[in-house]
Write a protein that binds this ligand. Structure first.
Ligand SMILES: CC(C)(COP(=O)([O-])OP(=O)([O-])OC[C@H]1O[C@@H](n2cnc3c(N)ncnc32)[C@H](O)[C@@H]1OP(=O)([O-])[O-])[C@@H](O)C(=O)NCCC(=O)NCCSC(=O)C[C@@](C)(O)CC(=O)[O-]
Length: 382
C-alpha cells in the first residue's frame, strides 16, 4: 500500500510556477498586438515534448521495420529541436518483436550521436533482464545523466571533440506500470504488486548507474478490459509508490484514448491531493476518440508542462485492442504555438518527417496538421 503522505519533497514541492489560464495564454497571440514570430515566451510557457514515435509509434507494427529506417527516424527527429526522444524498448522479443533491435539502436545513438544538441533518449525496461540488456551496451560508453550534467557539451558553433560528442546523448530508462490488474496481466504477465517489485529493481539499478527514470502508468483514464471508471486515487497511489522508489517523473498514459476533459481534470486533482507536483507529471494521450488536444488543454490549465506525442500520429498499444495512435507531434506543436507556448520544435521539419515515416511503413498520415502543411507545400510548388 502506498504511503501517500510520506514524501516531504512531494508535499512541500518547489515554489509552484504561477499558472495561467488558457484565455490568458491566448491573449499572448493576439494578432493586433504581436506577430506570430515575435511572441515573448514566459518561463511557464515552455513545454517539453517527448517524441515517442520510434518506440510507442512503431512497437505495434506487425511487419518488421528495417533497423536503418528506425535509426533514420531517430536521427531526423533529433534535428528538429526536440529534447526528448523515446528510442526503444528492452522487452521480451517474443512479446513485442518489433522492439528486438533496441540494443543496436542504443549502441548507434551512443556511438554516433545524431546531433550535438543535448537530447535525452529513453528506453523501456520491464524487469531486471531488460535493464541488464540495456546496461550491457551502456556500460561500454562513458556517458550518464550525471556526467552530462556536470560536464555540458561545448557551446554550439565550437569545434566538437570526440570526448564532447561521446557525452552528448544521455540515456534514460522507463518502467511501465498500469492502473488496473487486467491490463497489467495482459501487458506484463503479472499482477500490479509483482510489477512494482520488478520496477523497484530497475529503478534502483538505473539510479545507481546515474540514469534518470521515467515511470509510466497506463490506462489511467480507461481500461480496455475494465472500462472507463479507473479510480484516480489508485493511480495516485501507484504514482506515489513509483516516486518513492526513486522515479524522477510519472507519465500518465491514456492508453485507450477514453479520457475526457472532466476525467483528466479529476485525475490531476487526485494527483495533487496525493501531494504529487505538476513538475513530476507527464501526460501521454492517445487520440482514439479525438480528445487528446482537449485533454492537453485541460492539463495545461492545471499547470502540466510535459507531454508525449508521436510524429504522424503513429502508435497504438499491443495490449489495448482498437487503440489508435498517440496524439500527433505536428498537432501538438501547432496547438502549443497557437497558445503562444514554446516547445522549441520546428513544425515544418516534423511535418516532413511525419509524411516520410508514414509512407515508409505504409500507413496513412494521422496528423491533421501534418497533412494540411504538406498539402500547402505541394500547392505552393505547383
Ligand atoms: C514483462 C515480460 C518480459 C514478462 O513476460 P514473461 O513471459 O512472463 O517473462 P518470463 O520472465 O517468464 O520470461 C520468458 C522469456 O522471456 C525472456 N525475457 C524476459 N524478460 C525479458 C526482457 N526484458 N528482454 C528480453 N527477454 C526477456 C526470458 O529470458 C525468457 O526467455 P526464454 O527462457 O523463454 O528464452 C513481458 O510481458 C514483456 O516483455 N512485456 C512487455 C509488453 C510491452 O512491451 N508492452 C508495450 C509497452 S507499454 C505501452 O505501450 C504503454 C505506454 C508505455 O506507451 C503508455 C500508454 O500508452 O499507456
Amino acid at each position: 500500500m502506498a504511503l501517500l503522505f510520506l514524501r516531504p519533497a512531494l508535499r512541500c514541492g518547489r515554489a509552484h510556477l504561477g499558472l495561467r489560464n488558457l484565455r490568458g495564454l491566448a491573449t499572448t497571440i493576439d494578432p493586433t498586438t504581436q506577430t506570430g514570430q515575435e511572441r515573448p515566451h514566459h518561463l511557464n510557457d515552455q513545454v517539453r515534448i517527448t517524441e515517442v514515435g520510434p518506440r510507442d509509434g512503431l512497437q505495434n507494427e506487425k511487419k518488421i521495420i528495417p533497423l536503418a529506417t528506425k535509426i533514420e527516424l531517430i536521427e531526423r527527429l533529433a534535428k528538429t529541436g526536440l529534447t526528448d526522444i523515446e528510442a526503444g524498448s528492452f522487452v521480451a522479443p517474443k512479446w513485442v518483436p518489433q522492439m528486438s533491435d533496441s540494443s543496436e539502436i542504443l549502441e548507434r545513438i551512443l556511438k554516433h550521436p545524431p546531433t550535438r544538441n543535448p537530447i535525452a533518449y529513453s528506453f523501456l525496461a520491464p524487469n531486471a533482464k531488460g535493464f541488464d540488456n540495456a546496461m550491457a551496451i551502456l556500460g561500454k560508453y562513458p556517458t550518464s545523466y550525471d556526467t552530462f550534467e556536470s560536464q555540458p557539451p561545448p557551446p554550439l558553433g565550437s569545434q566538437p571533440t570526440s570526448d564532447s560528442i561521446a557525452r552528448n546523448p544521455y540515456i534514460e530508462m522507463s518502467v511501465f506500470a498500469a492502473a488496473t490488474e487486467s491490463f497489467t496481466q495482459k501487458n506484463l504477465n503479472c499482477d500490479i504488486e509483482t510489477s512494482l517489485l520488478r520496477f523497484k529493481e530497475v529503478i534502483q539499478g538505473a539510479k545507481a548507474a546515474g540514469l534518470r527514470v521515467r515511470a509510466y502508468i497506463s490506462v489511467v483514464l480507461g481500461c480496455p478490459f475494465e472500462g472507463q471508471d479507473v479510480d484516480p486515487r489508485r493511480v495516485a497511489e501507484i504514482a506515489t509508490d513509483l516516486l518513492e522508489m526513486g522515479a524522477d517523473e510519472i507519465d500518465l498514459g491514456d492508453t485507450t484514448g477514453m479520457g475526457t476533459g472532466p476525467t483528466t481534470r479529476n485525475l490531476l486533482k487526485a494527483m495533487h491531493a496525493a501531494g504529487i507536483r505538476n513538475e513530476d507529471i507527464v501526460m501521454h494521450f492517445h487520440d482514439t476518440y479525438g480528445q487528446a488536444l482537449v485533454n492537453t488543454a485541460v492539463s495545461l490549465e492545471h499547470g502540466i508542462r510535459s507531454f508525449d506525442s508521436s510524429v504522424g500520429g503513429l502508435g497504438g498499444c499491443p495490449y489495448s485492442p482498437g487503440a489508435t495512435g498517440n496524439v500527433a507531434t505536428e498537432d501538438m506543436v501547432y496547438f502549443l504555438d497557437s497558445l503562444g507556448m514554446n516547445s522549441g520544435v520546428d513544425l515544418d521539419a516534423i511535418a516532413d518527417i511525419g509524411e516520410w515515416i508514414t509512407k515508409e511503413i505504409g500507413k496513412p498520415n494521422a496528423s491533421s496538421v501534418g497533412k494540411a502543411l504538406i498539402g500547402k507545400k505541394r500547392r505552393k510548388s505547383l
